[in-house]
Design a binder for this molecule. Sequence first.
Ligand code: SF4
Length: 321
Amino acid sequence: MSDYLIEARGLSKHFPIRDGLFGRSTGQVRAVDGVDLAIRPGTIFGLVGESGSGKTTVGRTLLGLQPKSAGEIRFRGRDLATLSKPELRALRPRLQLVFQDPYGSLNPRIPVGEAIGEALLEHGLSSRDELRERVLEVMAVCGLAPYHYGRYPHEFSGGQRQRVGIARALALQPDFIVADEPVSALDVSIQAQIINLFAELRERHGTTILFISHDLAVVEHLCDDIAVMYLGKIVETGPRDALFGQPRHPYTRALFSAVPVADPDARRERIVLQGEPPSPAAPPSGCRFHTRCPQASDRCRDEEPTMRPLDGTHRVACHFA
Ligand code: SF4
């Protein structure tokens, strides 16, 4: 039995670039390119990086919402590609996605209680008789009151709608949730409530969560393990304390240097990266970060660094870190 709930090995997702007139493929956007990830059950795994680094594509591909181009995804040690159609159908409700703003996925004409219950009926996880009770239970876990059951999406604030989105995912009793920037559209005061809700899901219900975010302060507060992505690749991964305490990759160091620290003695020197990330349709040779790395040498331009272990599960892909 695997120690991990979800594992990805060599996971890639490439999107064809099509010629406008004839729809011929003229190249590929290598959004995710050979990613290895291993997420322990009952933990929150943070996936961070600038926009366009491939974080969302990793989440959606892990959930099977889009087909992978290459690599392997394992759930409880089993390669998903080897599952039969009925096995995959049974697995589907156990893997859920929470969006940045669930408003777009809620039907404005359906009260939220019914919206939460819809999926339960669809997957045969509740009878009609028990449905209301099951929905009220999961609403309570997410901090929603019984009187919210009959209300419509437009009657909710952003934070409450996010609770509805989480309740919809939780109703199916998932083993694994991908939460894609789930707090970035919310006011700071509401963010804290939703972050606490994710922490409670882990502590009380043992839910495993992939938390995709560009907010490093939130990731430092919430996540157990972290992976840093740059241009479709993971450049550093490991336990939260190792990454925030001793970031080794020059990109991680620059990214984390912007996170505010309460202790003035522990203040990090701010490293400002020059330039924008290159296009994933034409990634640089060698180390993909070499066009922006303050420590780049000739070797970095010619040779791609492989991921190597540092201490325990802390790993880095850099020739010199
Ligand atoms: Fe920088 Fe070279 Fe390390 Fe890449 S391999 S991060 S360019 S020092």
